[in-house]
Design a protein around this ligand. Structure first.
Ligand code: BDR
Ligand code: CA
Length: 311
């Protein structure tokens, strides 16, 4: 089984990504690290613990990380993820698992050192924890097998979700993203270009009826689906974070190409933009695998099958 650590800002689609990863049975989830993002860190921690408990996986350790971006102030998105970050789907849920003491970045470093070349780091929130870890431990990039990140947009300019050219995770901590993109680790960016082609519709949710996660999926995505309709006229919500896990489970879901990619950190119009040098104008070595195509249907079917498995 592939050893993974997930770095999350749970978040509706983070929650779905965690459940997808756990229920796939293909991943050895060494731990989950949390980061400020969609909602404040305290909420991210609680949501992550609740989701693990819902899955019956209280054995997975949760390590709290950065409670703010490296330099900028946070902008949370309750209007997409709900008051608590998971659409209030687990408001009265009783859970007894608790966070670990060890800081997220230290956990990542420790595990990577203990399992050199074996760990895939799946990052589906702002990249603050990863940046701190890379800065603290210069050998980290050699110890990690790869980093798979949900973030950015590279081809669909003007179709960002935070600024016209910026995606939320990268926008939230663009300085951190810059550090990670230049870390030297094998890095894949699962960007909005492809994640927006993976919609979870009402009828998709119906197929989970009778299953363990039907109520959670329906309720947690309610605010998110309403927002997606109103803002982007979408009939469903994009499975950004689950697709990132999907790629780790099955490489055939995405087509990738390696290019030089950098992050804008200065301009107020373009802060957090991921710039891909397709024509190699800068003449720099490729550092990031970007996604050029997605098997959206195949992925969504696998996601639904995986979450629908148990009754
Ligand atoms: C990303 O931003 C967050 O709101 C989601 O959880 C996802 O990680 C999509 O841009
Ligand atoms: Ca996320």
């Amino acid at each position: 089984m592939k050893k993974v650590i997930m770095d999350v800002d749970t978040g509706v689609d983070d929650a779905l990504a965690i459940l997808y990863g756990l229920e796939s049975g293909q991943l050895d989830m060494l731990g989950i690290t949390t980061v400020n993002g969609n909602v404040p860190l305290e909420m991210v921690n609680a949501n992550t613990l609740k989701v693990l408990s819902l899955a019956g996986r209280e054995d997975v350790p949760v390590h709290p990380g950065a409670d703010r971006p490296l330099l900028r102030a946070s902008e949370h998105v309750h209007h997409i993820h709900g008051d608590d970050g998971i659409g209030n789907a687990l408001d009265d849920f009783v859970y007894s698992n608790r966070c670990e003491e060890q800081f997220a970045a230290d956990f990542i470093i420790e595990q990577a050192k203990n399992h050199p070349g074996e760990i895939t780091l799946i990052a589906v929130g702002p990249l603050t924890n990863l940046a701190l870890a890379f800065r603290k431990e210069p050998n980290l990039s050699e110890w990690l097998d790869e980093v798979v990140i949900m973030g950015g947009l590279v081809s669909e300019m003007g179709r960002g979700n935070k600024l016209p050219n910026s995606e939320f995770n990268i926008f939230t901590d663009a300085e951190a993203a810059r550090i990670v993109f230049h870390s030297g680790t094998e890095t894949t960016l699962v960007s909005l270009d492809v994640t927006k082609q993976t919609l979870l519709s009402n009828s998709d949710i119906d197929t989970l009826e009778g299953g363990k996660y039907h109520d959670f999926v329906r309720q947690s995505t309610e605010v998110y689906r309403a927002f997606s309709k109103e803002r982007f006229n979408l009939d469903g919500c994009a499975l950004h974070d689950p697709l990132t896990v999907g790629y780790v489970l099955n490489r055939d879901f995405l087509r990738t190409e390696k290019h030089y990619v950098d992050v804008e950190t200065i301009s107020s119009l373009g802060y957090g933009q991921t710039i891909c040098d397709f024509s190699n104008l800068w003449d720099r070595p490729p550092n990031v695998n970007i996604c050029t195509d997605v098997d959206g249907e195949g992925f969504v079917s696998h996601f639904l099958e995986t979450l629908g498995k148990e009754g």
